[in-house]
Design a protein around this ligand. Structure first.
Ligand code: SAM
Length: 308
């Protein structure tokens, strides 16, 4: 709560206002995100699911062993990974799945689904920020596969993504694997539609962040005085979301007052799209190397399997 407040105020006091996308996911935000995943414009989950359906068997053979920890960072509701674990399970005698997420509600959904769908595996839910929670199981001797799916890495700025990969590197021993789900650069209109949908669901998701600040930090944002604005830049590959202030306004958060001018924006999310040169560039300072890349039939999305 204290960190949330500190980061929100620091972000809104910058000359270019920002809010971190990790705060989207309170219970309501996680619920709206599930609606986003069901939208026809949001092609990412279907493309990633196709990869899981087409390639899980080969990936399972590559990572199989007698004992294995699967640690999924930012696991969400687990509906895609449950299919992967089902295929993997027969290849591993002792399989433990660690779903790790900052949202407690979604973690409960994940473990319920997993216990029902993939019988016989051990499930150890971990609630918290991945930078704090993952090191807590560093001493386990079991070989591990870390999974960062759903193009979660796209939510980091470039330097943060490089630092995240270095953090992953520290948490891998020789012989361990890392599976990274990345959304690929493609027709810009297709990408833009995924982040600026005609149903207004992405807008609700973005505005929920202000609602969360109102509820948890004593804010008084008027939601109807802000709009959602989504962009995509085909050269940098960055899809970005903003909230636009529709008038000059003063917003209170606890004892602090934040001033907004009409049309001033808050940057709330970046969703970076990838190609091979960018992936190579980001992973140049880590010890793990690309083993294989698995894509869907339309080359929208990839799972990159790394090995240390
Ligand atoms: C875009 S969703 C993807 C969920 C899932 N991996 C999928 O592919 O469906 C991102 C998830 O990461 C979680 N998350 C975001 N920031 C996090 C952090 N710093 N630590 C742990 N989990 C985080 C959110 O709560 C959310 O469930």
């Amino acid at each position: 709560m204290e960190i949330f407040k500190k980061e929100v105020l620091a972000g809104l006091q910058k000359s270019h206002k920002t809010l971190s996308s990790k705060y989207f996911y309170d219970d309501e935000g996680s619920r709206i995100f599930q609606e986003i995943m069901d939208m026809p414009e949001y092609y990412l989950p279907a493309a990633e699911m196709e990869i899981i359906e087409r390639h899980s068997q080969v990936i399972a053979q590559k990572i199989a062993g007698e004992e294995l920890d699967i640690v999924e960072l930012g696991a969400g509701d687990g509906r895609k990974i449950s299919h992967f674990l089902k295929v993997l399970h027969p290849f591993v005698d002792h399989l433990t799945y660690f779903p790790l997420d900052i949202s407690q509600g979604i973690l409960e959904e994940n473990t319920k689904l997993m216990a029902k769908e993939v019988r016989g595996i051990k499930i150890e839910a971990m609630w918290g920020d991945f930078f704090i929670s993952l090191p807590k199981i560093r001493d386990r001797k079991t070989r591990r596969v870390l999974i960062f799916a759903g193009s979660n890495i796209g939510n980091f700025k470039r330097k943060e993504a490089e630092e995240f990969l270095q953090f992953i590197d520290q948490e891998l021993k020789t012989g361990d694997n890392f599976i990274l789900g990345v959304d690929l650069k493609k027709n810009p209109r297709k990408i833009l539609a995924a982040y600026d949908d005609p149903h207004g669901i992405t807008k609700r998701f973005n505005l929920n962040l202000l609602n969360r600040i109102n509820k948890e930090l004593g804010g008084d944002f008027e939601l109807e005085s802000f709009d959602h604005y989504g962009t995509y830049h085909p050269i940098t590959g960055a899809a970005e979301s903003f909230l636009v202030s529709l008038k000059d306004q003063k917003v209170r958060i606890g004892d602090e007052v934040i001033l907004f001018q009409k049309d001033e924006v808050i940057q709330t999310e970046i969703s970076q799209k990838f190609d091979l040169p960018l992936l190579m560039e980001l992973s140049k300072n880590v010890e793990f190397r690309i083993d294989s890349i698995f894509s869907d039939s339309s080359s929208l999305f990839s799972w990159v399997l790394f090995r240390k």
